[in-house]
Design a protein around this ligand. Structure first.
Ligand SMILES: C[S@@+](CC[C@H](N)C(=O)[O-])C[C@H]1O[C@@H](n2cnc3c(N)ncnc32)[C@H](O)[C@@H]1O
Length: 392
């Protein structure tokens, strides 16, 4: 190697670099860093380089794309640091810059034997890993057959993983000694239904009977055919309305993701009546309370349509969560995916639980509902499971 650009162009773009350290600052004062450590990492499926600037009492970080990292590292060695060590699997390259700016590059035997683990950050959180082709993700066009997530589908990949993390958390609530029955209401194109099946049946080895239900015949036919292609023997799809669905006497888990308005309530009612151990629901288009909510004290909020709409949606989900608690669940509201992707990002996760103070929960609920002047669908649907209304 004759010059810095030749070296950087050889070790950075191919992802050969394991680590690099730039040291021996030209300036020696309290405000200068003593070294810069460089390592590759993947961010949003793109190769980046992280530069860690080591000051006396702190370390600051800068994440750069390849195009940004090349000139930055080059400039650091030309103007600020007098030594560099670039470690790759094939060789270590030691860079020495004289006081007059003359450059020397020495090639030495490699000291590092392991390739940097670029997926390190994702491994901590992702249930499905990039780099290994997962058949259903390939069929759905999220990954290619080498296991690489397509750039345009990265958000979908993150959403699928986020959903599976939420399922993973509640695995202890599911029966282990028998086949599980799971229903996904309003499954639509069923990315998450396939993901759930893959995770539970293929990765976690549960015996499953999973049904996806939707009104749309063409979508359901497509999903059914894909399930057969994938040999997902315990996954089936049915055309139908949530309110009329009565295939099972009991169901272990009910999923309902983005089912519009009171379709979510119809699904929650079914789940409660089946005695489901777990319910995962992302509501959508919560219109019901918008036309009901009425309270003069809330006038500054309700007089603005956009605020009224958001408030009504949040109040609807608060009501659903409280009603689920009252009928015997421990309910959490979680962020499903980042706000930047969709405002429909609240997931209601309810797990069957004993020992709740039903009377106290019911008092809280009744006060809240009366304050809103509302008459929610789910309360009426579950009236036979709820305490008697208080006499006014
Ligand atoms: C916004 S899509 C969501 C699809 C999928 N669950 C997801 O999160 O990607 C809502 C789906 O719910 C279905 N749906 C709405 N009301 C329904 C009902 N009463 N019974 C069955 N499916 C319903 C719609 O046909 C649509 O496919």
């Amino acid at each position: 190697m004759q010059n810095m650009n030749e070296l950087l162009n050889a070790v950075l773009p191919e992802g050969k670099l394991i680590t690099a350290t730039l040291s021996q600052p030209r300036r020696k004062d309290d405000e200068t860093y003593s070294k810069v450590a460089v390592k590759p990492l993947m961010l949003k499926n793109e190769l980046h380089y992280q530069l860690a600037y080591h000051y006396e009492k702190k370390v600051t970080h800068e994440n750069l794309t390849l195009e940004q990292a090349l000139p930055r590292i080059s400039l650091l060695l030309e103007q600020e640091m007098r030594q560099g060590l670039f470690c790759t699997l094939e060789a270590d390259y030691q860079v020495l810059v004289s006081k007059k700016g003359k450059l020397g590059i020495l090639k030495k035997a490699p000291t590092k034997k392991q390739v940097a683990n670029l997926a390190h950050n994702r491994k901590k959180t992702y249930v499905l890993e990039e780099g290994e082709a997962v058949p259903f993700l390939v069929e759905l066009g999220v990954m290619n057959d080498k296991g690489r997530v397509l750039a345009a589908k990265y958000d979908k990949f993150r959403q699928i993983n986020r959903f599976l993390e939420m399922v993973r958390d509640i695995l202890p609530a599911l029966p282990k000694d028998r086949k599980l029955t799971i229903v996904d209401f309003g499954c639509g194109k069923s990315y998450l239904t396939f993901a759930l099946y893959h995770y539970l049946a293929v990765q976690e080895k549960f015996e499953l009977n999973v049904v996806g239900l939707d009104l749309k015949a063409d979508v359901i036919e497509h999903c059914e055919s894909l399930a057969r292609t994938l040999n997902y023997d315990g996954l089936h799809f049915r055309i139908g309305d949530i309110a009329d669905y009565d295939e099972f006497e009991a169901v272990d888990m009910v999923i309902t993701l983005h089912a519009c308005d009171t379709a979510t309530d119809a699904a929650l009612e079914k789940a409660v009546r089946w005695g489901a151990s777990a319910i995962l629901s992302v509501p959508c288009c919560q219109h019901e309370l918008f036309s009901q909510v009425q309270n003069d004290l809330l006038e500054p909020l309700l007089s603005h349509g956009i605020l009224k709409e958001r408030f009504s949606a949040l109040a609807t989900d608060a009501i659903r969560a409280k009603l689920l608690d009252i009928v015997g669940y421990k309910t959490q509201l979680l962020e499903f995916i980042d706000m930047e992707h969709t405002p429909k990002n609240i997931l209601i996760r309810a797990v069957k639980s004993d020992g709740q103070d039903t009377a106290a929960l019911w008092r809280e609920y009744e006060a809240f509902r009366a304050f809103l002047g509302a008459s929610p669908y789910l309360e009426k649907a579950l009236s036979d499971r709820l305490p008697a209304p208080s006499k006014v």
